[in-house]
Write a new protein. Structure first.
Length: 96
């Protein structure tokens, strides 16, 4: 239901610019905080990646004018983390 509505809304908002949801969207994942959980790294078991090389840092790198913002982008399942990631993503877009 959410995914279909997102495709419909994006098609209506961006369609005039050539956006086609069927062609341009590979997948949509909707996480609801009560049902989803961001994986937090545990350095007793997970490797210590060099700065900028952890999976969450690699996954949140901007792609053109697309920025990733969610608690997964910082590997911490907290509201303040999601808010901080949203701020980071907006700043990345403003610098682009």
């Amino acid at each position: 239901m959410f995914e279909r509505n997102i495709r419909d809304q994006l098609g209506r908002v961006l369609g005039a610019g050539g956006f086609d949801p069927a062609r341009d969207i590979d997948a949509i994942t909707v996480n609801r905080w009560p049902h989803g959980y961001a994986y937090e790294y545990n350095y007793l078991f997970d490797p210590e990646w060099p700065a900028g090389q952890s999976p969450c840092e690699i996954a949140r790198k901007p792609f053109g004018r697309i920025a990733i913002a969610n608690s997964d982008a910082a590997a911490a399942a907290y509201t303040d983390t999601a808010i901080n990631e949203a701020h980071r993503a907006v700043q990345e877009l403003l610098r682009a």
